[in-house]
Design a protein. Structure first.
Length: 126
């Protein structure tokens, strides 16, 4: 029993050391990525929160962004939608690290398929 506890502690310590090298989490509903950037958390936040910054940083000019949460300079949440794509919720967590900033991005599809539900009903003329 003690050996199992020691092994679990060792695995947790190893996971903590390799946190910045974690593989992306991807499922049909969730995509999670993280990256370290040689910039301050404030600079990264400014690049995300302003339209000019997003245009320079993100290659998604046709997507419409609706900001939901602003907690400068550590967290930003928005919904975005493309012409032929469903809306998704994107959360940015920005953490100071010795080399600059770690950015954790989690994108989620809505849990309730509103578009599918709407498409399944035919419109009724009044």
């Amino acid at each position: 029993m003690a050996e199992q506890a020691e092994r679990a502690e060792g695995e947790q310590a190893e996971a903590g050391r390799d946190e910045h090298r974690r593989a992306p989490e991807v499922s049909p509903e969730v995509a999670r990525r993280e990256i370290e950037i040689e910039a301050s958390p404030e600079e990264v936040f400014e690049a995300l929160v302003t339209e000019q910054g997003r245009e320079r940083w993100l290659d998604e000019p046709s997507r419409e962004v609706h900001i939901e949460v602003v907690e400068a300079p550590s967290r930003l949440v928005w919904w975005w939608v493309g012409e032929d794509e469903p809306a998704t919720r994107v959360e940015f967590e920005i953490v100071a690290v010795p080399a600059g900033a770690r950015v954790v991005v989690t994108e989620r599809a809505p849990a309730f398929p509103i578009a599918s539900l709407a498409a399944s009903f035919s419109l009724v003329a009044a």
